[in-house]
Design a protein around this ligand. Structure first.
Ligand code: ARG
Length: 742
């Protein structure tokens, strides 16, 4: 009887509290217990909420790290601070340490002991805890404030709270806004500045399939890299590398499960998704599809053609531009796919329908109508105004700032300012720092590439930007060379101090302000980036954002009021999130079915010795021929490479652990799929999948390919089967509901 009563109370409770479901949603770990736990159990989770997120006891969150400020995610997989992330997350480190003699990009790298590990040059942060601070901020932002005043007030409140919190200890503190400024949370991190590079496969494994396969399923990429976190003698973080440091002993490290899996198995991903725009209005979708995204795609393709042609000619150029090419290419393809996806999936129409429903809802009551009356008209007006400047704004960054010599010139502002004072000490400092940054810049600079990029980008700018938006200085320059952009590039590049290491270093021996001021590349940076982009467009955008931010904040407040029982997940903002669901196949289009995993057979099918994106290393082929997969094959003898699940991730999640129902690592997330490239704006349950490297392939490469068995020995390897979600009993779910209700 009592049982029935409890179940009844639980059912009531479930009706009146927001409830969440699997797949869509990047949830805050501190709310898992309240919002997601019941559903997670239904999906097959066997952990308690405290085993997922706890402030006082070690929990899953203690094995998850943010890389740098959130460029990727990593997970700790041994009690000696061994950290796993993606090959594309470690790509910059691999590239910077590569030379023609030791080409780790091409051949991979494996430290056979701690001494051989290489300082990585980035830090990692562990989340200590998070808390809701909405009540310390929101009530102080009165309705009488304009949106701009409101933002300024919020900023100053945030700074004050952050400062008080950080005087307590040496943790890093950050407050972030959620739901477009309707809620605020504080995050406390412990940051480790000594991280070392432990191992990476060759690009022919770690980036197998290259840009052709990027953002696509079926996939066959061993996209993983290993690092190690170091701490001082007391296991405390240090700001940077120190010889005296030792491997960090983590609060928690993930066991690794290598047993068979199947479709429907529980999968949960923890990580640091960077940003999504799930509440973007139909007006925003329209602008993205028609103006900004096609512009980005067009400009990036031109840049890539130049990079790729020169990289193919020379190995050193290849090494120097590998990372630049990868990042330009990644978002070239991203935006190409996103525009196509937004159109194909009719996202504009869906957003419009949601906005219509919202307008119908506010019309029903006078109070609502009063509070929300300007939301849609503000979107409309704001995007009309933004649409007039968005092309110019996009070109300022994607075309002009992409030119490496312009960006170097832009970064000489500090030096110029110092030279224009009498402060000799300040000047000496500025010169030193300019020397250091020039050295770094020219180490990976190709005059030939950048000159071509300059000619192409300046030409595109000249042709595509409306006359009245082009600065006078720019028009005069084009006239001077009678529209011959190659000639312009030749002339400017052969004289500028920003295009030659020798000229720059000579200049820095006896620097004069006038040498910077009269340099054309500096003048372009000053006119287009500083005066136009930062100042003019900045002022215009601030005015537009008064409308758009107001609309965005009130729209979210409104729709949450309109649907009180629906749990809305907040947009990604580089804070720790958890997404859960299951390993799952899909139908990408009519009559086509995609299985949920790929095998080494597919690597061999795709092999193409003439295409650098599809080379298979000889050693891998030998292992394949001998079927030498060790303990990493499944019970059918297959070597699984990648798999998909219906989890909700985005950029920044790269490297995140995929965790089974028992809290064990089964894979490393590294990509999204082509059919759902609009996912950052609208999640498509039937189509959207996360692509991950199966942990068994990662271990196989470490063990059999690289012979780095000592790394496997550090890990806690589990060989038992993952739990079957169907064996989870109904009562257990009810029990959990009751518990959560208390
Ligand atoms: N699309 C992946 C992501 O954004 C990056 C993959 C890198 N591989 C490549 N071929 N560029 O996380």
């Amino acid at each position: 009887m009592r049982q029935i009563a409890l179940a009844f109370i639980a059912a009531l409770f479930l009706l009146s509290t927001p409830s969440a479901k699997a797949d869509e949603g990047m949830w805050l770990p501190m709310f898992v217990k309240r919002l997601n736990y019941v559903d997670m159990q239904k999906q097959g989770l066997q952990l308690t909420p405290e085993e997922i997120y706890s402030v006082n006891n070690s929990s899953l969150k203690d094995a998850i790290v943010r890389l740098g400020g959130g460029f990727c995610t990593g997970e700790i997989i041994s009690d000696q601070g061994l950290m796993l992330t993606n090959h594309h997350c470690g790509f910059n480190v691999i590239q910077e340490n590569s030379t023609k003699e030791n080409n780790y990009l091409r051949d991979g790298f494996w430290a056979m002991n701690n001494e051989e590990e290489i300082p990585a040059g980035f830090s990692v942060s562990f989340l200590v805890k998070m808390e809701d601070v909405t009540k310390d901020i929101l009530p102080l932002l009165g309705v009488e404030l304009t949106e701009g005043q409101r933002a300024a007030k919020a900023d100053s409140l945030i700074k004050a709270i952050e400062e008080t919190a950080s005087t307590d200890n040496d943790y890093d503190v950050q407050i972030k806004s959620f739901y477009n400024g309707n809620e605020y949370y504080i995050f406390i991190y412990e940051t480790f500045g000594d991280v070392r590079f432990v191992g990476a496969p060759p690009s022919s494994i770690g980036k197998y399939g290259g840009d052709t396969d990027n953002w696509m399923w079926p996939r066959h990429t061993g996209d993983f890299t290993l690092f190690r976190v170091y701490a001082d003698a007391d296991n405390k973080p240090t700001k940077e590398y120190s010889e005296d440091n030792k491997p960090y002993t983590p609060k928690h490290s993930l066991p690794v499960n290598i047993a068979d899996r199947k479709a429907g198995d529980y999968s949960m991903i923890f990580g640091y998704p960077g940003s999504t725009d799930r509440y973007l209005s139909s007006y925003g979708v329209e602008m993205a599809v028609n103006i900004s995204q096609p512009a980005i795609v067009k400009l990036r393709r031109q840049v890539l053609d130049i990079y790729e042609a020169e990289m193919a000619k020379d190995e050193q150029t290849y090494i120097n531009y590998a990372d630049k090419q990868a990042s330009v290419a990644n978002y070239w393809k991203y935006f190409k796919g996103q525009t196509a996806g937004l159109k194909r999936l009719k996202i504009y129409d869906k957003k419009k329908a949601e906005e219509d429903a919202f307008e119908a809802w506010i019309a029903k009551e006078n109070d609502r109508a009063e509070e929300y009356k300007n939301v849609i008209s503000n979107y409309d007006e704001g995007y009309q105004e933004l649409s007039k400047i968005i092309l110019k704004s996009t070109y300022d960054i994607e075309a002009i700032y992409r030119i490496e010599s312009v960006s170097l010139a832009w970064r000489s502002r500090g030096l110029l300012a110092a030279l224009n004072t009498d402060d000799e000490e300040k000047q000496a400092k500025a010169i030193e720092s300019a020397k250091a940054s020039a050295q770094k810049h020219f180490k990976e600079f190709s005059y030939t590439i950048d000159k071509q990029v300059f000619a192409a980008m300046v030409k595109a700018y000249s042709m595509d930007i409306p006359k009245e938006q082009k600065p006078e200085m720019f028009k005069q320059l084009v006239n001077k060379f009678k529209g011959d952009f190659n000639k312009m590039a030749d002339k400017i590049y052969s004289n500028s101090i920003f295009t030659s290491s020798e000229r720059m270093m000579d200049f820095l021996e006896k620097p004069k302000a006038s040498s910077i001021e009269k340099d054309y590349l500096y003048q372009i940076a000053k006119t287009i980036i500083l005066e136009d982009y930062v100042q003019n467009l900045g002022t215009q955008k601030r005015a537009i954002n008064e409308k758009l931010d107001n609309a965005g904040r009130l729209y979210l407040k409104g729709i949450r009021e309109m649907n009180p029982t629906k749990a809305y997940a907040p947009d990604a903002n580089s804070t720790m999130r958890v997404t859960y669901g299951s390993v799952k196949d899909y139908f990408p289009r009519d009559a086509v079915y995609y299985n949920y995993y790929t095998t080494i057979e597919g690597i061999m099918e795709k092999e193409d010795p003439k295409n650098p994106e599809f080379l298979v290393p000889a050693k891998l082929k030998e292992l394949y021929k001998a079927k030498d997969y060790g303990q990493y094959a499944n019970s059918k003898g297959e070597m699984i490479v990648n798999f998909i699940s219906n989890n909700d991730i985005t950029g920044g999640n790269s490297g995140s652990p995929v965790i089974n129902g028992r809290g064990e690592l089964i894979g490393t997330a590294f990509d999204g799929n082509w059919e759902a490239m609009s996912g950052d704006i609208a999640f498509e349950t039937e189509l959207q999948r996360t692509i991950s490297v199966d942990i068994r392939y990662t271990l196989f490469i470490i063990d059999k390919y690289a012979g780095a068995k000592h790394l496997i020995d550090e890990m806690n390897i589990i060989r038992e089967l993952s739990p079957n979600p169907n064996t989870i009993k109904e009562e257990k779910v009810e029990e959990a509901a009751t518990e959560t209700a208390e």
